[in-house]
Design a protein around this ligand. Structure first.
Ligand code: FEO
Length: 169
């Protein structure tokens, strides 16, 4: 049976992963309204990945005999109406998620749950990848600046991204 404090921390993180999915869905709406199909695709995949992250924890908590407590998901706020600003927010958000995953590991460590720490290792690595991907896109967007042709080329590139169901844990 999972420790109650760790169960609470997992439930909190499931909610945060679902919020991340919801935030990226809101960003997808923004790009739909700009008719930038590659960005729409990118945020659609991002949404699917976040739901997979949430469900990975959902399934794990269930496997460990924990109670899953589904909570209200906050209304997502897209803080910028500029592409660069939106990606700044994505990076900031991913850094926040990384800090929450680290905090969840701290709880697993505190209650000496080695199995949970082992499971959470996947998320630690995933966050490194997430931050690197978004950081790379941000760097490209900074290079592009006001060049609309280059932006359309990037949009075209982003159409190729596909969702691959991750094997978590
Ligand atoms: Fe689930 Fe993008 O972190």
């Amino acid at each position: 049976m999972i420790n109650a404090k760790l169960e609470e921390a997992f439930n909190d993180q499931i909610n945060k992963e679902m919020y991340s999915a919801y935030l990226y869905l809101a960003m997808k709406v923004y790009f739909q309204e700009c008719n930038l199909e590659g960005f729409v695709n990118w945020f659609g995949v991002q949404y699917q990945e976040e739901m997979a992250h949430a469900m990975g924890m959902f399934d794990y908590l269930s496997e460990r005999g924990g109670h899953i407590d589904l909570r209200t998901i906050d209304e997502p706020e897209v803080k910028s109406s500029e592409i660069l600003g939106i990606f700044d927010q994505v990076l900031e958000h991913e850094e926040y998620v990384t800090s929450r995953i680290n905090a969840l590991c701290d709880v697993a460590d505190e209650v000496k749950d080695r199995a949970a720490l082992n499971f959470l290792n996947w998320y630690i690595k995933e966050q490194v990848e997430e931050e690197a991907n978004v950081g790379g896109l941000l760097a490209k967007l900074r290079l592009i600046g006001e060049d609309k042709k280059a932006l359309l080329m990037l949009d075209n590139e982003l159409k190729a991204r596909t969702f691959v169901q991750p094997v978590i844990g």
